[in-house]
Design a protein around this ligand. Structure first.
Ligand code: URA
Ligand code: CA
Length: 436
């Protein structure tokens, strides 16, 4: 007898454990539209309230991964790697580590997403490069990975389609930050995308989906454990999102910072996390013996310019203008720059990251509604990090604004986000833990 939505809903409503057949019925209902949005949403809410056992989370992940076509990368020679972040602000590590790892001989086949809530999305950032295409079919995608060594494209419509449906519903039903739903959303896509080696960047802090460290740790452990069950090699780093990772927030601004890192002009925490993630990828793929020597390999590709050359090659293969790599003035630039002064003397004590991400959104870097067009040139440039001394009136950041920017709204948010202490403040740790 077919399993009815009402049976599954009733069981979860009272906190029962769903069996595999019931979970498969739910995922099928999301994929083929046989369950109504209100039935799917009701079950999502019941899951958010009652949670899921490990067995349920595993069943849900596997059913979602199988809801569409899995990508077969086996005809590309060598080890194929992928990477995923749980989402952050100023978090541009992919644009740095993907070409660097490819320059070390790894094949990186990455499918990325758009911005989500206050977090930025790699696809939106890439579209600030003139001509760049991210809507690329499977065969062309594989061809670019084979020839160049890396490609970053949008998820094809047939990759884990259940996640597309459930994600859109979670976004508007306050069920985003639910552990089994995050685990199954991210992992189903990574399993279907076919890489042998996957490195996950799980963020923790005021700009992360899971702000408390304990929750980030559980998320990382669950994803690595379930990922490894599939026979691939998964690792996770838990990294800091108590302040924006890079100094630039906003689409073209983040591409510019990634190019500056690849060109060896900029160091700092964005570079550190990118190298750490890339190093785990190379080590897990067997290209380097250990993380230390892998980091050296990656640093050498910055010094030699090979990483930047690889990024230019990838951009050209995807239809974009590779000259941006050697002249960032070719990226879209905002019309106005407005400094945000420190309110008093002291030390930067906290930067509420979600507020800063939302301020960038008000300037036009993110979407309020699905159909909104972005202003790829706008965003925020941070001038100070937690622990830095500041003088009253000295700029702590600059808003880069365009014609449609809500500068007043953004200013209100960033002023709320920054707090300044009279006492010296210690900078937060950057890499909190490694889970393998
Ligand atoms: N990124 C995803 O793809 N899914 C989530 O649920 C959260 C972050
Ligand atoms: Ca993201």
């Amino acid at each position: 007898m077919a399993i009815k939505p009402s049976d599954v809903l009733r069981k979860k409503r009272f906190g029962g454990e769903l069996n595999e057949a019931e979970i498969r019925a739910f995922v099928k209902g999301a994929t083929d539209g046989s369950w109504a949005d209100y039935q799917l949403s009701a079950l999502l809410m019941a899951i958010a309230i009652h949670g899921m056992t490990d067995r349920e989370t595993l069943s849900l992940t596997l059913a979602m991964a199988k809801s569409g076509d899995a990508l077969d990368l086996s005809d590309i020679p060598g080890v194929k790697a992928d990477k995923h972040s749980t989402g952050g602000v100023g978090d541009t590590t992919s644009l740095i580590l993907v070409p660097l790892a490819a320059a070390c001989g790894l094949r990186v086949a990455k499918m990325s997403g758009r911005g989500l809530g206050f977090t930025g999305g790699t696809l939106d950032k890439l579209e600030s490069i003139p001509g760049m295409r991210i809507d690329i079919g499977v065969e062309e995608f594989k061809g670019i990975v084979r020839k160049v060594g890396c490609a970053i494209v949008g998820q094809t419509a047939s990759l884990a389609p259940a996640d597309k449906v459930l994600y859109a519903l979670r976004d508007v039903t306050e069920t985003v930050d639910c552990m089994p739903l995050v685990v199954s959303s991210i992992l189903s896509k990574k399993l279907a995308a076919g890489a042998d080696v996957v490195v996950l960047d799980v963020k923790t802090g005021s700009g992360a989906i899971m702000d408390a460290f304990g929750k980030s740790q559980k998320l990382a452990r669950d994803m690595v454990r379930i990922g490894n069950l599939s026979g691939r090699r998964f690792s996770a780093l838990i990294t800091d999102m108590d302040q924006p990772l890079g100094m630039h927030i906003g689409n073209a601004l983040e591409v510019e910072e990634a190019i500056d890192v690849l060109a060896g002009r900029t160091a700092g925490q964005l570079k550190e996390v990118a190298l750490e993630l890339g190093a785990h990828m190379l080590r897990n793929a067997g290209i380097a013996q250990d993380v230390g020597s892998a980091k050296e390999m990656l640093s050498e590709r910055i010094a030699s310019g090979e990483g930047l050359e690889k990024f230019a090659e990838m951009i050209e293969a995807q239809g974009g203008d590779p000259r941006v790599c050697f002249d960032t003035a070719l990226l879209p630039k905002a019309k106005r720059r407005i400094d945000v002064p420190a309110a008093r003397d002291g030390y930067v004590a906290a930067t509420r990251t979600s507020d800063i991400g939302n301020a960038a959104k008000l300037l036009g870097a993110g979407r309020e509604r699905k159909e909104d067009a972005l202003d790829l040139s706008v965003g925020i440039v941070m001038k100070k990090r937690i622990g830095d001394p500041v003088r009253r009136g000295e700029p702590v950041m600059a808003l880069h604004a365009g014609e449609r920017s809500d500068v007043v709204g953004a200013m209100t948010l960033v002023n709320r986000a920054i707090s300044i202490s009279e006492q010296p403040v210690k900078a937060p740790a950057l890499i909190h833990a490694v889970v393998e």
